[in-house]
Each structure stands twice: as C-alpha cells, then as structure tokens.
Design a protein around this ligand. Structure first.
Ligand code: PGA
Length: 239
C-alpha cells in the first residue's frame, strides 16, 4: 500500500505563497505516495485550483461536529467536501490543547466527517510528562478508544500518532519507540492505518517511513518548503 504524506500548513501562508507551494507540490512526481495538502481553510480553493489535474489530494485542518448551524467562524465537513476535500484532520494536539477539544468532541467531528464522505485523520499523542511518567501508552490508548467513532470501518478513517513533545521541536522518538507505539495503537484500533507526525523532515523521513507499521507521515513545518516536502514524498516512494 502506498504511504500517505499529508502536509499540515497550519496558520501559514498568503494567497501568493500557497499558490506557489501547491503548484510546486502538484508537479513533484508522487511516484508511489498518496499526497494530501491541508492548507488554511481560506486557501482551499486556491490550492484546489493549483493541484487540479494532479494526483494531490486536499484536506481540511478541522471541521465542526454539527452538519450546519449558528457556529460563527466554524467550518462544516460538508463545506470541506464541497470545495474538493477528501480528508480532514481532527483532534490535532493544538486544537485539543488550545481549544480544549476532548476526545468526545474529536469523535463527533470524525463521525461527521465520515458522514459527509471525508476521511478524518484522527490525531492522538502523549505529552512529555506522560512519556516521562511512563504513561504514554495509557494516554494514547484512551485517546484512540474515545476518539475513533464506534462504528467506523477501517477504510473510513486514518489515525495519526503525534507525540506532542515532538511537534515543531525537531525532536523525534527513536525508530524503536515509533515501532512500539504504532504496534500498540494498531492493536487498540483493530489494525487501523496510523501516520506518524512530529518533526518529520527530509533528513529523517526515510528512516521513519521505512517502518512497516507507519502508514505515512503528517508533516507540519517541513510541508511549508516545497523542496523539503518533496524529499519526504521521495522517501515515501522509496519506503
Ligand atoms: P511538525 O508538525 O512537523 O512541524 O512537527 C506536525 C504536526 O503538527 O502535524
């Protein structure tokens, strides 16, 4: 199965920069990788236009759990679908922490995404203190059990294991730790596909993507640089 490389651009970019970045990714040979770009919602249309005709897919960074309604500032899964998204990230640790989104809400968002025909990328991951306290698996298990919709079939969602202490820090778990956690998560989630996220870059992508239990990468910072992101795509194709 091809590895999935998803770029989470977070709150970065301008109309001009996202056009250029998406256009560069669109012409990069994806070979055997499935590439997904998750720009800020405001730029989804720009990116959709730039990747039209390529194999690159489009994803949102979050969606509301309701179908529609009086939710000022929010975006529905149906809206994402309507502008061409196939995927949506839910439960990213930045949203869990900065917006107090618990796993119950993440599960509702994932269920809504599935109901609208999107594939949610459901993020889980322990904090530094959890790992230091020997609680990483316990925390991640609870997040997985409480965030994945109960009746979701394996083809309907992806998980992303993103240790919070590895996000944007340049630090990554050892390959052995990644293997151990991915095996563990797949054990909890009936062998679901699990992406790894947290400081993935061109220089470490091959080592991480070569791990059989790693279905792909969710890339933040390095996805904002076309050359760096291209190196990760190349590493996925070679894995
Ligand atoms: P990073 O972010 O690659 O910049 O560590 C990953 C993420 O937040 O998904």
């Amino acid at each position: 199965m091809s590895k999935i490389i998803a770029g989470n651009w977070k709150m970065h970019g301008t109309v001009a920069s996202v056009r250029a970045l998406a256009a560069a990714v669109a012409v990069h040979p994806a070979k055997d990788a499935e590439v997904i770009l998750c720009p800020p919602a405001l730029f989804l249309n720009e990116v959709a236009a730039a990747i039209a005709g390529s194999s690159v897919k489009l994803g949102g960074q979050d969606c509301h759990e309701a179908a529609e309604g009086a939710f000022t500032g929010d975006i529905s899964a149906a809206m994402l679908k309507g502008v061409g998204c196939t995927h949506v990230i839910v439960g990213h640790s930045e949203r869990r922490r900065q917006y107090s989104e618990g796993s119950g809400k993440v599960r509702q968002k994932a269920a809504r995404a599935i109901a609208e025909g999107l594939t949610p990328i459901i993020c889980v991951g322990e904090m530094q203190k959890d790992r230091e306290g020997g609680k990483a698996q316990e925390v991640v298990e609870r997040q997985v059990r409480e965030s994945v919709p109960e009746n979701a079939s394996l083809s309907q969602f992806l998980l992303a294991y993103e240790p919070v202490w590895a996000i944007g820090t340049g630090r990554t778990p050892t390959p052995d730790d990644i293997v151990a956690m991915h095996r563990f998560v797949r054990g909890v989630a009936s062998a679901a596909r699990v992406l790894y996220g947290g400081s993935v870059k061109g220089a470490n992508a091959a080592e991480i993507l070569r791990i059989a239990e790693v279905a792909g990468a969710l890339v933040g910072g390095a996805s904002l640089d076309a050359k760096e992101f291209g190196e990760i795509i190349d590493a996925a194709a070679a894995a």
